[in-house]
Design a protein around this ligand. Structure first.
Ligand code: GLU
Length: 297
């Protein structure tokens, strides 16, 4: 178990990604990396070891841009090394992927992809994902990611970006946590709440097989049939960010604006599931990092 973060917004992605990853250090990791859309091209840096190693590299050679994904790795397939660190890219570097947990059928997928001419650089199970997305890409990243995930057995939370649709991030999860945080002009994804708590409390917890498509002006959450996932939120409050509702004729025009409130019960369950302890009703905290207030009303 390790960590994913993603950002699309008006600020410098590098700082937000690295800060988010630092808040996920409690999950344990052996390497770290980021990929950012810089002038329409994916720039990536990654390395084995502490997040501070990556930070030193980024201080020497910062990556500019407002859209990106980041990862702390806990190796399951392939030793901790620079090349096995995430993000993983397709051959021409136009698709970048970060992934948590394990693709169980990666050997058969890898053999199939090799027979199609794909070349692998790392020993990871994860590297099948950018190649699968590349294989299925026909001008629509969401379609390619849906097709790729249909081929993947196992558990995953993934974040994907491509130079071909440079103002977009896509994320999906199955049996691994992933959240979406929203504030006006900025959207975040993360494996857990502390990674984005400095930025927003408007947080939505993704369910299995929900795809979130993050664009400049909207966030859309869809199922694998591209049907809008309807959500029940406890509180209704006007917020500049919005979800997009799909009409019966397939267009996305009707917007509803609601504040994303996490039911306190869900937060408590998650704190306990992650080895934490609920200290009192209003302020559950992580046992190992008491400064991380997970939720306060
Ligand atoms: N299975 C992947 C790897 O070994 C991801 C591990 C993780 O969750 O960090 O690279």
């Amino acid at each position: 178990m390790c960590g994913i973060v993603g950002y699309l917004g008006k600020n410098k992605a590098q700082d937000i990604l690295v800060e988010g990853l630092s808040k996920l250090e409690y999950r344990g990791y052996d390497s770290a990396g980021i990929a950012i859309m810089e002038n329409g091209e994916i720039e990536s840096d990654k390395c084995k070891g502490r997040l501070s190693n990556l930070q030193s590299k980024l201080e020497e050679k910062p990556i500019q841009g407002r859209i990106g994904i980041g990862h702390t790795r806990w190796a399951t397939h392939g030793e901790p090394s620079d090349v096995n660190s995430h993000p993983h890219l397709n051959k021409d570097g136009s698709i970048a992927v970060v992934h948590n947990v394990i693709i169980e059928n990666y050997i058969e997928l890898k053999e199939e992809l090799i027979s199609l001419g794909y070349e692998f650089k790392s020993e990871t199970d994860t590297e099948v994902i950018p190649h699968l997305v590349d294989h299925y890409y026909e001008g629509n990243l969401l379609d390619a990611v849906i097709k790729a995930t249909k081929r993947m057995d196992g558990s995953y939370a993934i974040g994907v970006m491509t130079e071909k649709e440079p103002n977009k991030l896509i994320a999906v999860r199955k049996d691994s946590p992933l959240i979406v945080g929203i504030k006006p002009g900025e959207t975040f994804i993360a494996s857990d709440i502390p990674a984005i708590l400095n930025h927003t409390r408007d947080i939505y917890l993704l369910e299995d097989n929900e795809f979130v498509v993050i664009e400049e002006d909207k966030v859309t959450i869809l199922d694998e049939n591209k049907e809008l996932v309807s959500k029940g939120f406890k509180e209704e409050e006007i917020l500049a960010s919005s979800l997009v509702i799909k009409n019966q004729d397939g267009t996305y025009v009707d917007r509803f604006r609601k504040r994303f409130m996490i039911p306190i019960r869900d937060v408590k369950d998650r704190v306990i599931a992650f080895g934490g302890r609920v200290l009192d009703d209003s302020k559950p905290k992580y046992i190992n990092s008491p400064e991380n207030i997970v939720y306060s009303k």
